[in-house]
Every structure is written in C-alpha cells, then in structure tokens.
Design a protein around this ligand. Structure first.
Ligand code: SAM
Length: 221
C-alpha cells in the first residue's frame, strides 16, 4: 500500500489535474471520446468481448475508463461478468472522483451506482467485477496472479510519469497478457513503443485522438 492520496487542482470545465505529476487525468477536449477512441477501439472492443473477458489498466484515476467500458459491455449485449483490474498508486478520494465524473452526464447512472458502493479494493457492480490494486504498479503487477485479454496503459504523460512506462513494467504487462491479447495507449512515445516491442508485443502506431497525431496499439502474438 502506498497510503498516499492524489492531490488535485481543477482546470477549465472541471478537469482534475494531479499536483504530483502536473498533468490532467483526462483530455481537456473530451475525456470520454478519447477513452472510446484510444482504449476501447484501440483494443478492438466491443468486437472482442466474450464471456470471462478480463481488462487490466495501469492508472485507475477517476474510474472514467472503467465506467465507459462497463457501459460498452452492456450496450454490446453481454450479460455475463466483465473483469476489470486496475493498478493505482495514488487513489483519488471519493468526493474528488464524484466531482470529476460530473463532467460525463451520459455515464451518470453508472457513476452513481459505482460511487454508492466504492470503498477501494474489490467492488461487485453486477455485470462488472472491479478490483483496484493499490500501490506502485512496478511492485504490485509482478505479484499479480491474473492475465488480461486487453490492457489500458493510462499513466500520466511518459515525460512526467516515466516510471509507469519503463521497459521492465512493459515486460510485466506482457507476462500478464493472455495469448492474442492486446494493449493500447494514447501515447506514441518512442521509448514506450520500443519497450512494448522488447516485451514481445507487435506494435503499431495509429491515428490518435484530438490534438494527438498518433497513439499505440499492441498485440501479443
Ligand atoms: C492519466 S491518470 C489515469 C486516468 C484513469 N484511467 C481514468 O479513467 O480516470 C494516471 C494514473 O496513474 C497513476 N499512477 C502514477 N504512477 C503510478 C504508479 N507508479 N503505479 C500505479 N499507478 C500510478 C496516477 O495516480 C493516476 O491515477
């Protein structure tokens, strides 16, 4: 356990910005659209959804990615349980999460259901089983017994949060990816792509969201 909470300032239309990393939690333009483009489309979702599907994420933050994924899971007709595991070193206080998620009225019914039961750790949301593993992912991921079908690599920008993108961690991501599994991230930073390649992924640079020209998609052959 890191035991350290996120310290925030608020920008523009209610976007939380980490004081520790001096970086926003989601796109200043449209966080939900970016989540859909980068992490959902980027991992071939919803087409790849199937019973027992497991998503893992580096950086739980506000829970936005989880909520958007849960919505897509149900909208795509899945009725079973989606597994979603996220690694987070500096958990956000619940009132801060609630404030951040207010920017996405479309997700409000799910945000409310989530926040009503969220106490950290494991959370049963009916069609989604969430586990947030607290602590530095460089220590907690190697110790994880799970395997993910899709990864959301969502640290702060590689320049400001390099520890969440380092080669050894990318190797650990690969070790915890099912065969044929995928990873996606909003960044196309060269060292991140090289780290994923060195870990065994086949890496592709594809059009990014908004002002970002490129993003990265990776498949474990
Ligand atoms: C861009 S934010 C994630 C946004 C989030 N996915 C969402 O839907 O709101 C990056 C997250 O990575 C977390 N983080 C930074 N360094 C970390 C580390 N070494 N281990 C685990 N989490 C870390 C931060 O605390 C922050 O919550």
């Amino acid at each position: 356990m890191s035991g350290q909470q996120a310290n925030l300032t608020w920008k523009d239309g209610g976007v939380p910005v980490s004081e520790r990393f001096d970086d926003p939690y989601f796109s200043l333009q449209n966080g939900l659209a970016e989540t859909r483009h980068v992490f959902l489309d980027g991992n071939g979702l919803p087409d790849r959804f199937c019973q027992g599907f497991h998503i893992a994420e580096l950086g739980f933050g506000t829970g936005l990615n989880m909520l958007a994924t849960w919505a897509l899971w149900e909208q795509s007709g899945q009725t079973g349980v989606l597994h979603f595991t996220s690694f987070e070193a500096f958990p956000m206080a619940k009132p801060d999460m609630a404030q951040a998620l207010e920017a996405f009225p479309e997700l409000a019914p799910r945000s409310e259901r989530f926040l009503a039961v969220w106490q950290g750790g494991v959370c049963d949301l009916g069609t989604l089983r969430l586990e947030v593993i607290e602590g530095d992912a460089r220590l907690t991921l190697p110790a994880w017994a799970g395997q993910a079908d899709a990864w959301f690599l969502d640290g702060f920008s590689p320049a400001k949060n390099p520890e969440l993108w380092e080669n050894q961690l990318m190797a650990s991501v690969a070790q915890h990816t099912a065969q044929g599994g995928t990873a996606a991230t909003y960044t196309a930073a060269g060292f991140v792509r090289r780290g994923l390649e060195a870990a065994g992924f086949t890496v592709e640079r594809t059009p990014g969201y908004g002002r970002k020209r490129h993003m990265t998609r990776a498949v474990l052959p």
